[in-house]
Structure formats: C-alpha cells, structure tokens
Design a protein around this ligand. Structure first.
Ligand code: TRP
Length: 467
C-alpha cells in the first residue's frame, strides 16, 4: 500500500503524548522568552505591551496553537504536505511554503544569538561574572559580539549541533534532554527573580513592566505583540504542524495546547520579572524609556547582577547552560519543519535535508552577525529613518510580518478552507464534544484570529507607507 494511504504508519512517532507536550514546550520555550520578550517589552511601551501580549496569546496564540496541532496530526506530514493532503488541489499549501522559508531565515539569526549565549557560558566558566565586570557589562557585550572569528565559530557550532540532532531524528536525544532541563530551568529562573525583586530598583522596574500607560499607545505595539506571541509560541512556520504529524490519533490536543501555551507565557512573564527590576537598578528611569531594546539587553543586564548572588559562579554557569539547552530544543523545531518538507516533498534523505537547511541558515546568519559589529556598511543608520541593521531587518520582516501572515493562513485554513467541522471531528475522536472550550475555539479561529491579524497587518502596512 502506498505510504499515502497509511499515514499513521509511514513515519516515526513520539513515545507518548507526554513526550509530545515536552517537545512542543521545548519548541516554544527558548530565546524568545528570555532574550526577545524583554526587548519587545522595552520596544513596545512597557506595561502596555504586556497587556497586549497577553491578549494576543489568549485570542490568537492559543487558538492557532491548537489549529497547528490538528493540521499536523490529521495531515501526518510536513506543513506543505499536510495542507495538500487535507485540501487537495488548492493553493492553501502556499502558506506552508511561506513557513518553510521563514523557518530557515529565523533559524539564521536565532543561531547567532544562541552563539552569544554559548560565549557567555564560556565566560561564566572563567568566572567573569563572579565580580562586577570592570569595563561595564555593555562594553563587555559590544566587545564580545564584535569578535568575529569567535562569534562565527559559536554560530557554526550551534547550528551544526542543531543539524546533528535533527539528522538523528526526533526520537533520539531531545526527548530526554528536555525532561530534566525544563524543570531545572524554571527553578533557576525563580531564584533569579527572587534576587532581582529584592534589588534597589525593583519597584521602578515593576511599575514600568506591569502598569500599562495608555497615554503611550501606538498602533504598532499591537503588531509587535502579535509577532512576539507567534515567535515565543513557535507558531507560524509549521514547527508544531510538523511535531503534530508525529502524533498518534488518541492524544488530547486541547489540553496539550493549554499546557504548552501556559508554560511558555509563565516563563516569559518570569523573565520580565527578572530583567526589569535589575534594569532599573542599573539605569535611570529616563534612560530606560529611551531604550529601544537592543539585541544585547539580557546579556548586558544579567551579567551585571550575577555577582550579587550567592554562588555566583554556579549560577551564571547554570543559567547560560540552560538557556543554551532551551535555545537548542527550539532551534531543533525550527529546523525540523523545513527538513520534514524537503524529506516529504523533495525526496531528500533526513541528514541531507537537515544539512542543506542548516548550511543555508549558517550563511544567512553571517550578515546578521556582522551587523552587530559597528561597520558603516551594515549600519547604514538613517536609511529608513531609524537605526538599521540586517539583523533587525530580518527580525522585522520575518517575525513581525511573516509569522502573523502564516498564522492568518492557518486560522483561515482550519476555520474555512479545510473546515472547522473536519477539525472538530478530528479532535472529537468519536466523543460527542471535543473539549470544554470548543465553541470559543471555533469562534476564535474562524473570526477573531483572522480579523484581528488582518486589521493589524493592513493598518501597519498603511502606516508604513504614509510615514
Ligand atoms: N519559540 C522559540 C522561542 O521562543 C523559537 C521558535 C521555535 C520559533 N520554533 C519556532 C519561532 C517557530 C517561530 C516559529 O525561542
């Protein structure tokens, strides 16, 4: 029988439903929570951003997460193949194709940042953060990331490791790693939060982070929050569709979606509770308000507070080690989606496909990496009226635009294209009702998510062209 007619048997599967949740959580929890979330908060108006973010998570992120899971499990294929199989002869799969490209691009700069985390791990081993950094943590960051051979090597090692894990297949390696790393990571974050909240600037920091100032409203914040929500949950490029395709029919997807989204949001919020109190201890309020995030934010701030902790050596080493593990489980999922596409649709072998994508992402990462180095070529400041770098260009286009566009495609596909009835049938598995919030989900995925994404996108594109 051709593989197409036996979708359940034609590919590998997760050991159990719990393993799937761990893998999906591993995909979600990563640099997005610890590194990118605080930057977005600083870019997007502090407490106002947090509010918008939580709205985006509940109204759009959670419904789309479940939608991706269902597509994957029902389609039993990569994003493109799954959409083609569920709705043959239509063009819906183009959204899947967009995801594959987006995945490779995001992997490219993701790996650069993960490389920085690797370098900071080394510095922690050397005891750099057990005392205040003499030149200042910002200068240390600039100097470290400007060391091109070292940064290049770190980027290469990280993407290489990701490719090896993906080439080995989903079953080996990552499952066990996530199971012990995630709880440990959570504990460490709690300890850091405790220290941060008892620092002198903590009240200012908490106020900035938690209290929305509606007078600051700017419509672009919503788009920022939306992009961040997709990035952090790992949605919009088929990673979850692909992971879902390794699922058997019996798992409870709504519960899995809630667990993964809840955990991811918890970790992001915790990261904010660590960064902002510490940030306000290091900087004056006025300075923070002018801050436009900047890719170095967490590195600069955190490396300034480790020495205030007991066992600072152990703390800094553990922190960066776990950050790297979290980044690795995420980059694996990023690469996995594009790899599964090449395997299923182009007939490549798994190692070939993983290496091809990783190589592309490695090369594409180089300009991002150099754009952190202050050269006039890449820092064409003022080009668009704002500080411009290749890094932030990719981040803006692919995270802030492409992920929501793909999310729009996914919600329209499940809500209308493939059809909500078919999705529900798959979720029900013969039971009369699939899950308690089934009706809300249908409403969200058919109306709220697509309309909200569309309005925000159109509005911002309009704004962009009108200056
Ligand atoms: N969610 C991950 C993080 O927060 C990154 C990531 C993994 C991702 N898979 C993704 C982002 C798919 C966008 C799309 O670090």
């Amino acid at each position: 029988m051709p593989a197409d007619q036996t979708p359940e048997n034609s590919r590998g599967h997760w050991g159990s439903g719990l393993v799937f949740i761990f893998a999906a959580a591993g995909s979600a929890i990563g640099l997005g929570n610890i590194w990118r979330f605080p930057i977005s908060v600083a870019d997007g108006g502090g407490g106002l951003f947090l509010l918008l973010y939580i709205i985006c998570i509940l109204a759009i992120g959670l419904p789309v997460m479940l939608a991706e899971m269902v597509i994957g499990r029902a389609g039993q294929k990569n994003p493109v193949g799954a959409m083609k199989r569920l709705k043959p002869g239509t063009n819906w799969y183009l959204f899947g194709l967009l995801s594959v490209v987006t995945g490779a691009v995001i992997t490219s700069f993701y790996s650069v940042v993960a490389g920085w985390a690797g370098i900071y791990l080394f510095a922690s081993f050397a005891g750099t953060f057990t005392e205040p950094v003499k030149e200042g943590t910002a200068a240390f960051f600039d100097r470290t990331t400007a060391n091109v051979p070292v940064v290049l090597l770190a980027h290469f090692l990280f993407i290489g490791l990701t490719a090896v894990i993906v080439a080995l297949g989903i079953k080996r390696g990552i499952e066990g790693m996530i199971k012990f790393a995630m709880p440990l990571f959570l504990l460490l974050l709690l300890a850091l939060m405790f220290r941060s909240l008892t620092l002198s600037g903590s009240l200012d920091g908490l106020q900035y982070y938690l209290v929305p100032r509606f007078s600051d409203w700017d419509s672009s914040y919503f788009l920022l929050a939306l992009g961040q929500a997709f990035f952090s949950l790992g949605l919009g490029m088929g990673a979850i569709i692909t992971y879902g395709s390794y699922l058997r029919q019996k798992e409870n997807l709504p519960n899995a979606a809630v667990s993964v989204v809840g955990l991811d949001t918890l970790i992001a919020v915790l990261a904010g509770l660590i960064i902002f109190p510490a940030l306000f201890t290091v900087m004056a309020v006025a300075e923070v308000e002018q801050l436009d995030g900047g890719a170095g934010l967490i590195f600069v701030v955190l490396s300034g507070i480790f020495h205030e902790l007991p066992m600072s050596w152990l703390f800094s080493v553990l922190f960066f080690a776990l950050l790297l593990v979290a980044a690795l489980t995420s980059s694996v999922s990023l690469l996995e989606a594009a790899t599964a596409y090449l395997i299923d649709e182009k007939g490549m072998s798994r190692p070939q496909a993983a290496c091809a994508i990783a190589l592309g992402a490695f090369l594409l990462g180089i300009p991002s990496l150099l754009s952190q180095v202050d050269t006039s070529f890449f820092h064409a400041s003022g080009m668009f009226g704002w500080g411009f770098s290749f890094f932030s260009l990719l981040d803006n286009i692919y995270v802030t635009i492409a992920l929501p566009v793909a999310g729009l495609g996914i919600s329209l596909f499940v809500g209308w294209g493939w059809g909500i009835e078919n999705a529900l049938k798959d979720l029900q598995q013969g039971r009369p009702s699939a899950f308690p919030w089934q009706r809300i989900w249908c409403f969200m995925i058919r109306y709220v998510a697509p309309i909200a994404i569309l309005v925000v996108l159109v509005y911002n594109v309009f704004e962009f062209f009108n200056g």
